[in-house]
Each structure stands twice: as structure tokens, then as C-alpha cells.
Design a protein around this ligand. Structure first.
Ligand code: 5GP
Ligand code: MN
Length: 331
């Protein structure tokens, strides 16, 4: 039985299902969720995507927004025949608790590509080799035999470019390009994507880059670079919800840098940490040690505590791990 068949075997005709994303959903997460929702709708089902926060402005152009319903964080989810979690490495990143009877009556499908995935679903479709969850959703939808619409192709194309850094990260494979080519043939709207992702960047992103770069720090050997912004700094510049991907990539791209880290105190004493590595350090392992997760080259975690103490802990651990690799490699 294909994954698609298994999924719809839980749904009756016109059946309602819930699609869930992780907190602060990115392009892969939202693109995948909306593509899945639109395709299931075309197949005759009634999907709803619950979101506790507004759709990030960067992705408000994605087709399928009508499937999104606002629901406060922590609220009870309505009854449904199926729950599908998309791009979620672990259940704690989903801001709703599943209905009491979740595993008994409402099966949970977990579709994801993080190597740190905790297999929290009743059915776990997890492929760490996929560059994006969008690639996995593409395969899933093809199994349905129902044509993939241009709107779905647009969502999936955005999902893939979000997680591959527009086909530049090391997770980009020949398969990624095959899928992208097919999505183009299926009518993904490249003008819409280009305009919204590349010609409409929020001014706040630029201000965030400026502030983050103004606080750069390096270890003595310049292999680790980091920047930290306190709650006060983030709040006073209205940067609490700003994406840091671009500046983090910039920091990682510097010659000799192996790890780039950003510390953002999102609430007083609550620090969100984002890791990126160049080609050796497994930052997923480091993030996991601190209760987070992600991928080998991009991971994250959230720690409670004082900003400078947290920075010292994380930078020390990163240097230790890096030293281990360098010693092993005989560098
Ligand atoms: P970012 O730094 O862009 O927030 O996240 C990079 C990667 O790490 C993403 O794949 C994201 O899902 C994952 N990630 C970020 N923060 C956390 C976290 O707190 N827990 C887990 N499990 N994964 C995270
Ligand atoms: Mn992803």
C-alpha cells in the first residue's frame, strides 16, 4: 500500500482532517502543508491547517491560504479523522496538544525530513535524505494519481527553495533538480515566486542584518562566528519576528568559518539559538544536547537563562566539538 493510500484509508468521503505545522513555520513547512491541503481538497476531502500565529508576511502569497484557520496556541483541536504533521521534528514544536484519544481514534501521520525526528506519529514517514519536506510531499501526491495543480506546484517549489537556499545548500541533490523541473512543467508560478521572495523583502530584514553584523564576534581561530541580540535590542527595533536566515548564511559564508551561531533573546531569559555549519560540524548533535534538533548543517534550540552565560556555554561546547573533528582529521 502506498503512503497516499494508507493516509486516505483513514478518511471517509468528504472527511475532515487537520494539518499541523511547527512553531514559526518556514517556507518548507508552510509550502508543504498548503500543497498537501490543496491536493487533499482536490481529492474530495476537507483539510484545515491550524495556525496559532499570523502567516509570516514572506509567505502570505502562497496559494491555499483559505485552508488556514487561526486557533490560539494550546487550544483544543476539533475532532477529525486524521492529523497530519508536516516538517515537525518533534511533538513539542507543534503548539497544540493532540486530542486525548489521538492514537486511539485519530491517527497521527508524521511527514518530515529532520534526522532528529522523534517518530511521534502513529505512522512516521521520515526521510532525512530529502532536502525538504516538500520533496516528500511531492512523491506522496504523485502516488495519488490525481494531477498536481499549478497552485500545488507553486507551494512545493517554494518549499524546496526555502530549505535548499535556492538550490545552493549541500542537501541539494540531483533528485531536488528533477523534482523542481517537474514542478515547473506542472505550472509553478515563477513570476509570483520571484516577485514575492526576492523583490519584496521586508525592510526589517535589512535592519536585522545591520544590527546582527554590528555585534559579530569570532573565536580566536575565526572558525566560529556568532552574534547575540538581547530582548531589549530586538524589541526596540521591532525585530522579534524577523527571519535571520539571510544574515546567518552570510556569516557562515566567510572563508575559514565552520560554524555560525545567532542568539536571540525572544523573551526575557528565553534565548533562541540558530546554528549553521559549513561542511564538517554536525550542529544537529549540538542542538540536540541542548534539547533542540534539526539537520547536520542547520539546527536550533531554545534555552532559558542569562544571555552571556548561555553564549559562553554554547560557544564552548561548539568549540569542543569542532576540536574533536579537527583532532580526528589530523588538522
Ligand atoms: P532555524 O535556525 O532556521 O530556526 O532552524 C534550523 C533548523 O533547525 C530547522 O530545520 C528547524 O526545524 C530546526 N530547529 C530550529 N529550532 C529547533 C528546536 O528548538 N528544536 C528542534 N527539534 N529543531 C529546531
Ligand atoms: Mn524542512
Amino acid at each position: 500500500m502506498s503512503h497516499w493510500q494508507k493516509m486516505i484509508s483513514y478518511l471517509r468521503k468528504n472527511g475532515e482532517l487537520i494539518i499541523l505545522v511547527h512553531e514559526k513555520p518556514d517556507g518548507d513547512c508552510l509550502g508543504s502543508a498548503l500543497a498537501l491541503g490543496l491536493h487533499l481538497q482536490a481529492a474530495g476531502y476537507r483539510p484545515t491547517l491550524f495556525l496559532p500565529e499570523p502567516v509570516p508576511l514572506t509567505y502570505d502569497f502562497l496559494p491555499g491560504q483559505e485552508l488556514i484557520k487561526a486557533l490560539e496556541k494550546g487550544e483544543q483541536l476539533p475532532e477529525a479523522q486524521l492529523i497530519v504533521a508536516v516538517d515537525c521534528a518533534d511533538q513539542s514544536r507543534i503548539l497544540y496538544s493532540f486530542p486525548e484519544q489521538a492514537s486511539a481514534q485519530t491517527p497521527v501521520f508524521n511527514i518530515d525530513h529532520h534526522c532528529s525526528n522523534t517518530l511521534f506519529g502513529d505512522c512516521n514517514i521520515v526521510d532525512p535524505n530529502a532536502a525538504a519536506t516538500g520533496e516528500m510531499i511531492f512523491h506522496l501526491l504523485k502516488e495519488s494519481g490525481i494531477p498536481i495543480s499549478p497552485a500545488v506546484a507553486t507551494c512545493l517549489y517554494v518549499a524546496i527553495i526555502a530549505d535548499t537556499g535556492s538550490f545552493t545548500y549541500s542537501n541539494t541533490s540531483a533528485e531536488t533538480f528533477h523534482i523542481a523541473a517537474e514542478l515547473l512543467e506542472l505550472g509553478s508560478d515563477m513570476n509570483l515566486i520571484r516577485h514575492n521572495l526576492y523583490d519584496r523583502r521586508p525592510v526589517l530584514e535589512l535592519i536585522n542584518i545591520k544590527l546582527t553584523l554590528s555585534k559579530l564576534q569570532f573565536t580566536e581561530d575565526h572558525r566560529v562566528v556568532w552574534s547575540a541580540l538581547s530582548h531589549e535590542e530586538l524589541a526596540s527595533h521591532n525585530l522579534l519576528h524577523t527571519d535571520t536566515d539571510s544574515v546567518l548564511n552570510l556569516m557562515r559564508s566567510v572563508e575559514g568559518v565552520e560554524a555560525a551561531i545567532i542568539f536571540r533573546e525572544l523573551e526575557p531569559g528565553v534565548i533562541k539559538i540558530s546554528f549553521r555549519s559549513q561542511n564538517q560540524l554536525d550542529v544537529n548533535c549540538i542542538a540536540c544536547e541542548f534539547g533542540g534538533g534539526g539537520h547536520a548543517r542547520a539546527a536550533g534550540c531554545t534555552l532559558n537563562g542569562d544571555l552571556s552565560t548561555t553564549i559562553a556555554r554554547v560557544i564552548n561546547r561548539t568549540q569542543e566539538q569542532l576540536q574533536k573533528i579537527l583532532t580526528k582529521g589530523g588538522d
